[in-house]
Design a binder for this molecule. Structure first.
Ligand code: T6T
Length: 327
């Protein structure tokens, strides 16, 4: 798993746009001491079992071990703020020094996370964010808008004569997926050879994504490309394309690079994967949390890169970006 910071990815790519801002953290740990062995962190995933967060946990655990701090990981059974909020509330009650969290909704997780900060627990946002993240110690995420644009460029290079393109996402209010859709939409609308059919939401459920895909293909059989904005959307889109018997005519670009996505790339139902660097996000998050607890300098915003994996680079550089199933 790649921990270096690529600025460019192949087949199009977004330069990292966000600026890293540095600032100084104040105060000591919640427990009143900042020696490494007393520092306790909790990592709250967007959803348990998702290869993206499993890989992020590998980065979190490795960095925690290196720095000599303790980290506990929890995740809701579904990517759902009604399941994630109670986890946050119960973790805050145990007063860790910091929470590293991927908020599952920009609005619903705003108040619980602000309350965590008010209770003296530092909050580091990983992957996703909330409407007003100003309370957070640090926010670390991929250039998701750039990734959406890269997905369009990948479809364009696979289907250069143009035509109808569709996006299948998770739910509105998931900051990362929303930014990917925005990046894709802007690029698609700026290219007159393509007709943007809009976005449909699969609620992070592959079966729903498959149904949406087959229904969209029944309505518009001349669709040339589908962008699936995360792991579970991509799983379902690939199934839908196979069920519709359209794998030869419809190009699919998926976000994320778990084992299932790699299988789909190999079997030809998906042609490109926009892989993130979850382990690097996790490593950076631990570093920032520990620095904040120790009252050292923190970086308010850390952008991480992405890489476009295709069949052609899967056995070369692309292999470094495939997500892990275990650490
Ligand atoms: O795409 C990732 C993550 O970046 C997103 O915020 C939610 O979905 C994933 O975890 C993949 O399933």
């Amino acid at each position: 798993m790649k921990l270096k910071r690529p600025v460019l990815a192949i087949m199009a790519v977004g330069a990292v746009t966000a600026l890293a801002l540095t600032g100084c953290a104040s105060g000591s740990s919640a427990g009143g001491t900042s020696s490494a062995k007393n520092i306790k962190l909790t990592f709250i995933q967007g959803v348990a079992g998702d290869p993206f967060y499993v890989t992020m946990q590998c980065g979190v655990d490795a960095e925690a071990k290196k720095l000599g701090v303790t980290v506990n990981t929890q995740g809701p059974a579904k990517f759902d703020p009604t399941l994630q909020k109670p986890i946050v509330d119960s973790v805050v009650a145990t007063k860790p020094g910091a929470i590293l969290i991927a908020p599952t909704d920009t609005s619903a997780m705003q108040a619980p996370l602000k309350a965590a900060t008010a209770a003296g627990v530092k909050v580091v946002l990983v992957d996703t964010t909330v409407k007003d993240p100003s309370f957070a110690t640090s926010s670390i995420s991929s250039d998701n808008e750039g990734g959406g644009e890269a997905a369009f460029k990948a479809i364009k290079s696979l289907s250069p004569s143009g035509g109808k393109v569709l996006v299948i996402s998770t739910d509105p209010g998931v900051s990362t997926a929303d930014a990917r859709v925005e990046g894709f939409e802007k690029a698609a609308k700026a290219d007159s050879a393509y007709s943007y059919l809009g976005v449909q939401y699969s609620h992070n459920d592959p079966a729903t994504a498959a149904k949406l895909t087959t229904a969209a293909l029944a309505k518009d059989p001349d669709i040339v490309g589908v962008f699936a904005a995360n792991t579970f959307a991509a799983q379902g889109v690939a199934t839908g394309i196979r069920q519709a018997g359209k794998q030869d005519s419809v190009k699919v670009v998926g976000f994320d690079a778990g084992a299932d996505a790699v299988t789909q790339l190999k079997d030809g139902t998906v042609q490109a994967l926009i892989a993130q660097q979850p382990a690097l996000i996790g490593k950076d998050a631990v570093e920032q949390a520990v620095a904040a607890i120790k009252g050292e300098k923190v970086t308010a915003k850390i952008p991480t890169g992405f890489f476009t994996i295709t069949k052609d680079n899967l056995d070369g550089e692309g292999a470094d970006y495939v997500y892990k199933t275990t650490c």
